[in-house]
Design a protein around this ligand. Structure first.
Ligand code: 5AD
Ligand code: SF4
Length: 485
């Protein structure tokens, strides 16, 4: 590689130059009869999956073939999550296993990115305890990964840039959270469904959550850029677009144009073509009457809403810094249902937040019975070092938390089944998966994003109509019927 030795600091090699250096390298491998391959391993949320598609796009630009195991790979990028302890442990154990694979292939380059790697002390740990890892990168440095790889291939030292950063959070300079360049290539995992990030970061600082510290302050993409991306996807045959952001409904703040989330949705729903729009995640405080109106008026926007409540107790909600009460949350749900009676509702719940009493927990059960969600995502509270909640007194035992968690699931499972059974007989529009399931049967997703197992013949990645014939807790059964007129 023709990089002068005095210039192999990754920050001295700009991205475009780095890509061409790595291409030279992958070309030379190919000429010697070895096909260069890259594997991107992803943990965590949909935002991470979208980031991984950008990483895969960069790998393919650098001349690597994308594969889905580490064994054969010349380059492994691990995209980590930090939202709960368990997610970090899983990523660390996978990163640990890469050591044995690298022993067989010492030229393998390993980079670790994502939310965990964006934390100063975790990057430090990767550097010290995982000597087989070549570099780490933060969520804001995805576009710099080619520079990191080029520098390392040129003989540069192992590199853990997050470790050089000041404390993440309010003290971190804005420049650190620079926007992603708009022109990053993307290798998408699906040919019918696409993620589109509309904003990055979060300003809410819920007291349990690490995200604002690792993904930084809210930055919104320009509406024209988002619209252009969605148009291109729809032209290429994508049928479902999921708009992503930590807090999508505060979209637009800080842009020099006058645009908010409902306005963006309205603009995207005007694009011609057969497709539907979903979005996640929303914060209850930012659900406005205007958003509800735009959803109700536009058929292209799926009648599905994921609205994390986290707890049904006002005392706990206050301690979480969620900025709403159970009552004001219920009012938003009632308004959504009044405008769209058949809307599918899901939520996130944290069990065992510090100081949660039996009475607080019962308020959460009451909320489940009051709202009757179609499905919930529930988590046992996991202290995240550096967040305010991690310093609160947590007097519940592990047993008490798991016991509450089990009771929560029991209440919800019954509701989920009832809600699913209520759909029996409905005729719904289902988007089929990209391939049949392991059982050879085609599955798909209905308007509410529930999985439907289909009988009758169906092409992959297309809309079909199905009559729901049966329901299980996490699955609907449907038979394909002619489209209604
Ligand atoms: N412990 C447990 N669950 C958490 N979540 C976020 N932070 C924590 C934590 N420290 C949950 C919230 C959030 C979802 C993505 O993860 O419910 O909505
Ligand atoms: Fe975390 Fe709260 Fe921001 Fe969601 S809204 S990412 S839970 S701080």
């Amino acid at each position: 590689m023709n990089i002068p030795k005095n210039r192999i600091s990754p920050f001295d090699i700009d991205s475009a130059e780095a890509v061409s250096h790595v291409r030279e390298y992958t070309n030379s491998l190919r000429k010697s009869g070895h096909e260069p391959k890259a594997y991107v391993m992803t943990f965590g949320c949909q935002q991470n999956e979208a980031d991984s598609e950008k990483l895969a796009g960069l790998c393919s630009l650098m001349g690597y073939k994308i594969i889905d195991t580490a064994e054969e790979a010349d380059l492994v990028l691990v995209n980590t999550c930090a939202v709960r302890e368990h997610a970090e442990q899983r990523a660390l154990s996978h990163i640990g296993e890469l050591k044995f694979i690298k022993e067989k292939n010492p030229d393998m380059i390993i980079g670790v990115g994502g939310c965990m790697a964006s934390r100063q002390n975790r990057a430090e740990k990767l550097k010290v305890s995982f000597p087989h890892v070549d570099f780490s990168f933060s969520t804001a440095q995805i576009h710099l990964v080619p520079s990191f790889i080029a520098a390392r291939l040129a003989g540069g030292r192992r590199f853990f840039p997050a470790a050089n950063l000041p404390l993440h959070g309010d003290n971190t300079p804005d420049t650190y959270y620079a926007d992603f360049p708009e022109d990053l290539p993307v290798v998408r995992g699906s040919t019918s469904r696409a993620w589109v990030s509309i904003m990055y970061g979060c300003n809410n600082f819920c007291t349990y959550c690490i995200v604002p510290y690792v993904r930084g302050r809210e930055r919104s993409r320009r509406p024209a850029d988002i619209e252009a991306e969605v148009r291109r996807l729809v032209e290429r045959g994508y049928r479902e677009i999921t708009l992503l952001g930590q807090n999508v409904n505060s979209y637009g703040r800080g842009l020099d144009e006058n645009v908010d989330f409902p306005a963006l949705l309205e603009r995207l729903a005007k694009i011609d073509g057969e497709f539907r729009i979903r979005f996640t995640t929303s914060h209850p405080k930012d659900v406005s009457p205007d958003l509800i109106r735009v959803m109700a008026e536009n058929e292209k926007i799926a009648r599905q809403f994921h609205l994390p409540i986290q707890s049904g107790s006002d005392r706990i909600l206050h301690a979480m810094n969620r900025k709403y009460t159970a009552q004001s949350y219920f009012e938003k749900i009632d308004a959504l249902r009044a405008a769209m009676p058949d809307i599918t509702l899901t939520t996130d719940i944290i069990v065992g937040f510090p100081g949660e009493t039996e009475a607080d927990f019962e308020d959460t059960l009451t909320a489940l019975r009051r709202v009757r969600y179609d499905m919930i995502f529930s988590f046992i509270y996991s202290p995240r070092e550096g967040t305010p909640a991690a310093k609160m007194i947590d007097s519940l035992t592990r047993e008490e938390k798991t016991e509450r968690f089990a009771r929560l699931l029991e209440v919800q499972n019954a509701i989920t089944l009832e809600k699913n059974k209520a759909e029996i007989g409905w005729i719904e529009r289902v988007l089929t998966d990209d391939a049949p399931g392991e059982d050879g049967v085609m599955h798909g997703r209905n308007e509410g994003n529930k999985i439907v197992r289909l009988t009758g013949s169906a092409e992959p990645g297309q809309f079909v109509w199905a009559r729901i014939t049966d329901a299980e807790p996490y699955l609907l059964h449907g038979e394909i019927v002619p489209p209604p007129r």
